[in-house]
Design a protein around this ligand. Structure first.
Ligand SMILES: [Zn+2]
Length: 262
């Protein structure tokens, strides 16, 4: 499932391909991804407009038009973007295809249909009042991060994944961040002392920034990351002990029982 690093990579891809180009047409392959807007509403909203800038908050990509409107994309479980020429083979599962005046298309593809597309007028209202998202995990200052986790009664893994507290981290990256910080996923967030919270904060920044630099491609991740090992040899990259998995709140946490003891 696309998490903060994946969506940041989509944002950079969007910026590099789709800004400042006149939109000629819009096709919606499945209306099930539309939220609060109709197929014709979306088509009318986009026609003859162009995107001028983008923002990312947590797992949401917000694309600003040359008027006040903003298109919001959420990538669900498997969503991605593809920019291509007419002559190339089209992606199979288009849910939204924007055609630019230069003959290129931008497709938003969400095969499992859990993605969401919205057209909104007020980004601030959407983030803070409608979705009540916490601060973005890459922009939260350390004191706020400490306050957020100290106030949580949840296990640290759940606390990191709670989008209303901290936006952007999901199942896979919470495992990586906790592994790098040496913290057991089941430890109560408020039981972590100041020093270990600081270490966790540093691990969060390191992991997210490194993942973005490697284009969120797990095949490129260093061997010192736990992500390549959970589906690979199943062993801790540090001590070679078999990784453990545990179900919590419907998600499976992978961790090293020896290295993650805080
Ligand atoms: Zn280990």
């Amino acid at each position: 499932m696309p998490e903060l690093p994946d969506v940041e990579v989509f944002k950079r891809y969007f910026d590099a391909t789709s800004l400042h180009q006149e939109i000629e047409g819009v096709e919606v392959g499945s209306t099930r991804v539309l939220r609060g807007t109709s197929q014709s509403g979306l088509a009318e909203g986009l026609k003859d407009r162009s995107f001028v800038s983008t923002n990312r908050h947590g797992k949401y990509l917000l694309a600003h038009f040359d008027n006040r409107l903003v298109m919001v994309l959420h990538f669900g479980m498997t969503g991605y973007l593809k920019y291509f020429k007419q002559t190339e083979k089209d992606p199979l599962h288009d849910r939204l295809m924007i055609t630019f005046a230069n003959g290129f298309h931008l497709a938003y593809d969400s095969q499992r249909k859990l993605g969401e597309i919205r057209l909104i007028g007020d980004e601030d209202d959407f983030i803070h009042r409608q979705k009540r998202l916490g601060p973005d995990a890459l922009r939260v200052p350390l004191p706020d991060f400490r306050d957020i986790l100290s106030a949580s009664r949840a296990a640290i893994k759940s606390a990191l994944m709670n989008q209303q507290r901290l936006a952007g981290i999901g199942n896979v990256y919470s495992d990586e961040i906790l592994f790098q910080a040496g913290i057991h996923p089941g430890t109560k967030a408020r039981d972590l002392d100041e020093k270990i919270l600081e270490k966790l904060f540093e691990s969060m920044e390191d992991v997210l920034e490194k993942a973005i630099a490697l284009r969120a491609d797990p095949k490129e991740f260093p061997g010192s990351f736990i992500i390549p090992h959970r589906d690979g040899d199943g062993k801790c990259p540090r001590c070679s002990v078999p990784l453990q998995s545990e179900k919590t709140a419907g998600r499976t946490a992978y961790f090293c029982p020896k290295c993650q003891n805080a």
